[in-house]
Design a protein around this ligand. Sequence first.
Ligand SMILES: Nc1ncnc2c1ncn2[C@@H]1O[C@H](COP(=O)(O)OP(=O)(O)OP(=O)(O)O)[C@@H](O)[C@H]1O
Ligand SMILES: N[C@@H](CCO)C(=O)O
Length: 314
Amino acid sequence: MLRIYAPASSANISVGFDTLGAAVSPIDGSLLGDVVQIEAINSGFELETAGYFVRKLPKEANKNIVYQAYVLFSERLKLKGSKVKALRLTLEKNMPIGSGLGSSACSIVAALVALNQFHDAPFSKMELLEMMGELEGRISGSVHYDNVAPCYLGGVQLMVQSLGNICQKLPFFDNWYWVLAYPGIEVSTAEARAILPKTYTRQDVISHGRHLGSFVHACHTQQEALAAYMMKDVIAEPYREKLLPNFSEVKQAVRDLGAVASGISGSGPTMFAIASDLSIAMKISSYLENHYLQNNEGFVHICKVDNQGARNLD
Ligand SMILES: Nc1ncnc2c1ncn2[C@@H]1O[C@H](COP(=O)(O)OP(=O)(O)OP(=O)(O)O)[C@@H](O)[C@H]1O
Ligand SMILES: N[C@@H](CCO)C(=O)O
């Protein structure tokens, strides 16, 4: 029996819409992600579901993205001249849906990594990642890798999507704490994408290029202050902030508490704030608990970048 854990991720990092994403793990050692278990059975295929957020999943099994991952994996395996084994998949759905923490990515990545290992790795990393992107595209309406890539491979990933590589790992700042606050409400990624403009002004395009280029340069040259300063979003945040409760007020407050950067995690409603010091991260965490959470499904975690990505639990 195999048990694969796939961690939460924070896409965009303000400055890299659809092109940057970080895998994250709570510093208290708790697991923030989905788990997929796979075991051999005598014949056919079975899907079981468990976990706190299972009640939020579609009732029809074939709408569960884990089922679709199984179908896609089987089709691709057939193209390689092999057949899928008889197996039972169990999804432990620990991640809230529509959270901005890459919930569907966690399920997709855990399922495909488990299926690949169970069949003795017929697919390369990039082949598997391409399938992950396809499945993520079915959910959000367009293929984007900024959750699945870090969730699968760990670290902060830049989507290069060229010359045989979907992504490459960026050097980052080991001392940065990510305070992630999920308010407990749902924002659909597809809807949060639909409200974005179809075109941007030349000024926005120039600003975006300058911010992203400078951010990547700052990561490579380890200029922490420059990287934090460049974490500005002209593509999504101005149009999405209305989907988040009191976003601009809360953003200002976490800045006043010492966050070096803050913004929307993925398509929201989770907010992230970055602190280079644990005591500041703790102050921000308690502020967000008291001022950003909307109900008792919400939570705040102080995290660091998870450099491992998807992994075996046993
Ligand atoms: N295993 C699964 N996990 C999460 N969502 C699933 C799963 N299977 C099917 N879905 C459906 O996919 C959609 C996920 O929506 P959406 O992309 O907004 O959420 P998300 O992946 O949780 O977003 P985010 O990346 O912001 O966390 C929902 O309609 C949900 O019912
Ligand atoms: N880059 C995607 C991430 C979705 O989690 C978006 O912002 O729509």
